[in-house]
Design a protein around this ligand. Sequence first.
Ligand SMILES: [Zn+2]
Length: 238
Amino acid sequence: MTSGRSLLLIADIGGYTEYMGSHRMSLAHAEVNTARLLEKVIDAAPRFELIEIEGDAAFLALPADTMDSDATVGLAFEAAMAMHRAFHIERQYVATNLCPCRTCTQATNLKLKFVAHVGDVATQTIRQRRKLVGIDVIHVHRMLKNPVEVPEYLLLSEELYRTASTSIPGPTHEVSQDLEGIGPVRAYFVDVADLPSAAAPLPDPSLLERVRRTFGVAGSGLPYMLGLRRRRRTAAAF
Ligand SMILES: [Zn+2]
């Protein structure tokens, strides 16, 4: 087991459960769409290591031992902005594919939010899979349950926020949280809509690409529609 300081980032897709219902095709398409969105989100932050997919969220980490403080916060924002943009480009493809199911037509309701923290983590490798452990890993996960009311945001732990002297690229708002097993903490969020990247327009999906995506989602949903595969369990490790 090794240990060190790491920047911890969770990107969490929200918005499906409210309207998905229990129709088999809708469930299958929700799974396909979420997987595709998560892939794009993860690809958009190549400096981070993907530690785990946790239901509709991706848990990523980046060693921060040798990084100066401003760089750490800067990287959290840079990754969040790139991931948010990748998410919305892909979400537009999902929403404009030609599948009429509820899941696909209402994909515009999907949102992406982030929580980030910096702390000491230990690394365990079990059967070639790297796993991060420690109180700070629990801390970042518990931050997902928070009182922030804007739909898309990056929430920084106080530890991470305090390391920044200059590099926060938008207005920050303070919130209080009582983290189970950790206690009361302060955290700071930036509304993604206030970040410079939110102003850049998204490209329009071409018809050809929309048709291609429609076949993609229809094909992937087929085994579910035929009842050949069971829906995967929803991970809830934390
Ligand atoms: Zn669909």
